[in-house]
Design a protein around this ligand. Structure first.
Ligand code: NAP
Length: 437
């Protein structure tokens, strides 16, 4: 191998690993031109071959740790997933003086602080563009394109499976469980889809975005996480009638009190671009103090889209390695700048408008009793709608859109409303975001 070549070791030859292997090979000439050096896969760690990848002439190890121990490999690409073995592998590579590229959001969100510290101590880099929103270059946007801004907030659709389910519920009036089965059949959702639909995957990504945006340590355990499993088709339909789409958003917002970190279903006005991001696509809206709102949109998953992000990181690291300038790589937040511990805002104090739905008896006086309980908590009502009763039913749906209100006050009002004898069951509550600053 000439001095003008950088050796790559890929661990894991599944969906993303095979895509990365093939994109590196197919685009080898332009990648070399952009990196200023040839970027060659010399070692693959995989339990079995992948029919999509021609591994002839490449060293293949069934034990991935042999890639970390291979002195020829300069950059190790971790694409096995999970956190236990992946962490061991990445630590071993760092200790051996290798840079690491990973698509593993769980690994970065849960162990990133320790991994970045270890990488700093060894003078190497851990890069993770593919870990958030697949092929969408949001890390580069935050790290480089928006580096002159104070980031005020960001809000993202960062799990394609959840977005696919919500889009089908909205457009076809289907219910959650029914669409989930289809998402699994289409290969969008995992056999165990809980990471997607309970919000854990989005929380992993949000915490990385927040750290990058605000220069704070990763704190996965602080994210408020609510999934989409309890969403009912009637709320998706009522929201639509009111001019909103329900999206599963990851939101990070910096204000005087600290940082809000939250993942939950959210009503957003139809007129916002984010409301029109449908199917498995991802998008992140970032508000910078100088630039204003910017939107990043694209494929949040898939073999080649995710490989696109992995390869971008590889090109940066290959160029920096070849020209001995790793410290010249752009950096904004979590790898080596001064990190600031910022307080996380307690959810009770998060203040947003709300969509609330309750089932009430169809008789006079109910609406005024409900309205006065909101008023007791200082919550002002933007709209209050009573749906016509279904023939033969004695209950009607009452929908309330509030102005901004602290969650603590909404909890108190809802507690009182649920105790009214004219209200049946629990009040459905979903936050609203206008996404206008
Ligand atoms: N798929 C996407 O669209 C996407 C998007 C963004 C980020 N990511 C992230 O990318 C990473 C990889 O995802 P993926 O979808 O490519 O997963 P995948 O298709 O399941 O591929 C993982 C591969 O790693 C192999 N592997 C796991 N543990 C191993 C070990 N100890 N030794 C050797 N091989 C091992 C697996 O081999 P076996 O099959 O033999 O177990 C499999 O071939 C994950 O962190 C994921 O979160 C994926």
């Amino acid at each position: 191998m000439s001095a003008k070549s950088v050796s790559i070791g890929i661990c894991g030859l599944g969906t993303v690993g095979s895509g990365t292997f093939n994109v590196l090979r197919e685009n080898a000439a332009l990648i070399a031109a952009r990196a200023g050096v040839s970027v060659q896969v010399t070692h693959v760690g995989a339990r079995r071959d992948n029919a999509d990848c021609d591994l002839s002439g490449i060293r293949v190890s069934r034990d991935i740790f042999q890639v970390a121990d291979d002195p020829q490999v300069t950059i190790l690409v971790e694409l096995i997933g999970g956190t236990m073995t992946a962490r061991e592998l990445v630590e071993r590579a760092i200790r051996a003086g290798k840079h690491v590229v990973t698509a593993n959001k769980a690994l970065i969100a849960e162990h990133g602080n320790a991994l970045f510290a270890l990488a700093n101590a060894h003078g190497v880099e851990v890069r993770y563009e593919a870990a958030i929103a697949g092929g969408v270059p949001i890390v580069k946007a935050l790290r480089e394109g928006l580096a002159g801004n104070r980031i005020e907030w960001l809000a993202g659709i960062i799990n394609g499976t959840a977005n696919f389910i919500l889009t089908e519920m909205r457009d076809k009036g289907r219910d959650f469980a029914d669409v989930l089965v289809e998402a699994q059949a289409l290969g969008y959702a995992e056999a165990d889809p809980s990471f997607d639909v309970e919000g854990t995957d989005a929380a992993h990504k949000l915490v990385i975005l927040a750290s990058l945006a605000f220069g704070m340590p990763l704190q996965f355990e602080s994210v408020y996480t609510e999934g989409i499993t309890r969403l009912e088709p009637q709320d998706v339909a009522y929201a639509r009638e009111l001019g909103y789409s329900i999206k599963h958003l990851g939101i990070a917002k910096q204000n005087g009190a600290g940082v809000e970190l939250r993942v939950h279903p959210t009503l957003i006005p139809h007129r916002r671009l984010l409301a029109n991001v449908d199917g498995v696509k991802n998008a992140i809206l970032v508000e910078g103090d100088a630039v204003g709102p910017t939107l990043y949109y694209g494929a949040g998953a898939g073999s080649r889209p995710t490989a696109s992000a992995v390869v971008a990181d590889l090109i940066d690291l290959a160029r920096a390695t070849a020209f001995n300038d790793v410290r010249g790589l752009p950096s904004l937040g979590i790898e080596r700048s001064e990190l600031r511990d910022l307080p996380i805002v307690d959810m009770e104090n998060v203040d947003t408008p709300w969509y609330l739905r309750m089932e009430a008896e169809d008789r006079p006086g109910v609406l005024s009793r409900v309205a006065s309980l909101f008023s007791d908590q200082g919550i002002s009502i933007e709209a209050l709608i009573q749906k016509a009763p279904v023939y033969g039913e004695t209950l009607v749906s009452v929908i309330v859109l509030t102005n901004r209100a602290r969650q603590g006050n909404v909890d108190a009002a809802v507690g009182e409303i649920e105790r009214l004898d004219c209200i049946t069951g629990k009040v459905v509550r979903i936050r609203v975001e206008e996404l206008d600053g």
